[in-house]
Design a protein around this ligand. Structure first.
Ligand SMILES: CC(C)(COP(=O)([O-])OP(=O)([O-])OC[C@H]1O[C@@H](n2cnc3c(N)ncnc32)[C@H](O)[C@@H]1OP(=O)([O-])[O-])[C@@H](O)C(=O)NCCC(=O)NCCSC(=O)C[C@@](C)(O)CC(=O)[O-]
Length: 301
């Protein structure tokens, strides 16, 4: 199969990457991260979440972050909104694109958003309606597509059923999340084969955490299935508050390196992206999760 000629990266570092950090991170540092990512040439940055601050305290300042970032024309700056309360807060903050998030496993849905899968989908219907009325695009997420921290194996058909509902209610794209990073290349191909029977592949995205070191292999497997949108996190930041032990998303720098090696060019400046990752890692006092960034720091390549 021929690989896609163009790939879009959805940078989730400021949201998925930072949401799990225990230490307080100032608004100025979050703003600087988003601005650095814009400067590096990312076309899509997920900036924050309008969720309960009791559930995810780190995202509490998202409105202030939106107010202070330098938005570049042509770049999408998005936020997660789990319900109408979040959607309205996002609109008040001037957000132009939002994402709703469901799960393919009942246990994860309960732990993450305190309701069943069916209840979550019902909650999203008014969000999609309000978004449509305002001309706001909505992206959909499905978590636990290749395994659940509470239930183990998740059937691709279950993922397909949730993804189908999100697409049918108006999500323009559905991102399939390997929340705990247990997926393998073989399972990834099967997943997109099954979900791709209901939803056009150019409306699907892959979101791979790298807990088992399989994320790049899973992205390559997805490319072979015709998937051309991938979520990634600068410096491999992150983890999920409701999936203990899950590591961050695949590092954006490493995905860029993979794509470049395949002759798929994104226009993103790798050096600037590495610098953005190094800076936020220094702020957080943590190791850089990007293998490419670490190699370049040591003078490799
Ligand atoms: C969904 C809720 C709110 C339900 O939480 P709930 O407690 O069931 O909500 P509720 O409607 O009963 O309201 C209870 C309180 O929450 C408040 N509330 C209610 N809604 C909001 C809101 N939007 N913004 C701010 N506050 C809100 C509401 O005002 C009230 O406040 P109180 O009267 O107690 O002071 C909660 O469970 C929640 O916020 N969960 C956060 C989940 C989250 O952010 N998880 C991480 C993101 S998902 C992810 O990382 C996976 C992904 C996308 O990356 C893909 C992958 O890797 O799998």
């Amino acid at each position: 199969m021929t690989l896609p000629q163009h790939v879009r990266l959805v940078e989730v570092g400021p949201r998925d990457g930072l949401q799990n950090e225990k230490q307080p991170i100032g608004v100025a540092d979050k703003v600087r991260l988003v601005d650095d990512l814009t400067a590096a040439g990312l076309e899509y940055v997920e900036v924050g979440s309008f969720v309960s601050p009791k559930w995810v305290p780190q995202m509490a300042g998202s409105a202030e972050v939106f107010a202070q970032i330098r938005q570049k024309s042509g770049v999408t700056y998005a936020a997660l909104t789990p319900n109408m309360q979040g959607f309205e807060a996002a609109m008040a903050a001037g957000v132009k694109e939002v994402a709703v998030f469901a799960a393919a496993s009942e246990s994860f849905s309960q732990r993450n958003i305190n309701c069943s899968i069916a209840e979550s989908l019902a909650r999203f219907v008014p969000v999609l309606g309000a978004a449509r009325a305002r001309g706001v695009r909505v992206r959909g997420y499905v978590s636990c597509v290749l395994g659940c921290p509470y239930e183990g194996e998740v059937a691709p058909q279950q993922v397909a059923s949730v993804a189908r509902e999100l697409f049918a209610m108006g999500c323009y794209e559905v991102s399939l999340g390997d929340t705990i990073g247990t997926g393998t290349a073989g399972k990834t191909r099967t997943l997109f084969d099954v979900v791709g029977r209901d939803i056009p592949r150019d409306r699907l995205a892959g979101h791979f955490h790298d807990t088992y070191g399989q994320a790049l292999a899973n992205i390559y497997a997805s490319l072979l299935e015709g998937i051309a949108v991938f979520d990634s996190s600068v410096a491999g930041l992150g983890g999920c508050p409701y999936a203990k032990g899950a590591s961050g998303n695949v590092a954006s720098e490493d995905v860029l390196y993979l794509l470049d090696g395949l002759g798929i060019h994104t226009g993103i400046d790798l050096q600037a992206l590495i610098a953005a990752g190094e800076r936020i890692c220094a702020v957080l006092g943590r190791d850089n999760g990007s293998r490419v960034a670490r190699a370049r720091r040591l003078g490799g390549g």
